[in-house]
Write a protein that binds this ligand. Structure first.
Ligand code: NAP
Length: 287
């Protein structure tokens, strides 16, 4: 029996635990032993999900999903050597990129997460999607087989880099303008913010290109069209984190892109300015 752990009893981690419920060995690990009320937004159906304290977990797992915010990862990593064995698969279910460098001694994968939810206190509401994309190889093919009877949709990609960069660019545009504009998706109705968002995406596409990720020429229009489909009142994670004075995942999204741009000596004035402002905002909040 493949033993599975999920670290991070938040929106993504708890939703993942529920999606994997049909697999009989799934342990959700959080800061403390507690229980989370999980609610399906579509049906209002609720269930209690048990959470075990990561710090006192001593069992070993074959698959470990990590679903904490990117800036929380460094506090989780010291626990891994205790609960992983040499063949354990570690899957980062996070936004952003670059975090895998911290997991060089593990068989680690960056997943692309399409699970939408929100956690408030001990209550998680799952809005939509239970889909994860991950690189295809012999280990993930085995994992997909193991999880095929669960409610998780696991897509194995021939080249995960495209999915990672696409999500990175989608996050770059809308997260930046909603966080700095301190407004929901309606911020794009403002002409100059709309232009800023577009320019960020153009810069992001140049960085992707330098990285060897060639998207089609209509990519920016396509992502702008996705944003246009967002309801005006829809916030992004970076918008909510800003207004709630929570840390931002700025290093793993804007910061990652900015440092890749620097590496390739690509001039990215919009990214540089917005990254600087977001970093300052993060620092001012004590993060
Ligand atoms: P979240 O709701 O804040 O959940 C993170 C959970 O990890 C929290 O319960 C947190 O506990 C816990 N945690 C943090 N440090 C820990 C530690 N050292 N030991 C044990 N537990 C720890 O965040 P999320 O929304 O699930 O996001 C997770 C990742 O998925 C992020 O990278 C996010 O960008 C990405 N993502 C989220 C969504 C979404 O709709 N929510 C969609 C796609 C991708 P505390 O609350 O006590 O800190």
């Amino acid at each position: 029996m493949t033993k599975i752990a999920i670290i991070g009893a938040g929106a993504v981690g708890t939703s993942l635990a529920v999606a994997l419920q049909k697999h009989s060995s799934v342990t959700l690990l959080g800061r403390h032993t507690t229980s989370i009320t999980y609610e399906e937004a579509q049906t209002s159906k609720k269930q209690d999900i048990k959470v075990h304290a990561l710090s006192s977990e001593s069992g070993q797992f074959d698959v470990i999903w990590i679903a904490v915010k990117t800036y929380q990862l460094s506090h989780v990593i010291p626990h891994l050597s205790r609960i992983a064995h040499p063949n354990t698969i570690v899957i980062l279910a996070q936004n952003g990129y670059g975090q895998l460098d911290q997991l060089a001694s593990y068989r680690a994968y960056q997943a692309v997460v399409y699970i939408s939810g929100q956690k408030k206190d001990n209550h998680v509401v799952h809005f939509r999607d239970q889909t994860i994309h991950i690189q295809r190889d012999i280990h993930t093919e085995q994992l997909a087989e193991t999880l095929s009877h669960t409610d998780l949709t696991l897509h194995l990609e021939e080249n995960i880099e495209y999915k990672i960069w696409y999500k990175l660019l989608v996050n770059l545009g809308i997260n930046t303008v909603t966080a700095l504009g301190r407004d929901t998706a309606r911020v794009l109705k403002h002409h100059e913010m709309h232009t800023l968002c577009r320019k960020l995406l153009i810069e992001g596409q140049h960085i992707a290109q330098a990285e060897g990720i060639t998207f089609h020429s209509t990519l920016v229009d396509e992502i702008m069209a996705i944003y246009q489909g967002y309801p005006d009142e829809m916030g992004t994670s970076m918008y909510y984190d800003t207004i709630n004075h929570q840390p931002l995942e700025v290093d793993a999204i804007q910061g990652y892109l900015y440092h890749r741009a620097q590496h390739y000596q690509i001039h990215t004035p919009y990214l540089e300015t917005t990254y600087t402002l977001l970093t300052y905002q993060n620092k001012k909040q004590g993060c």
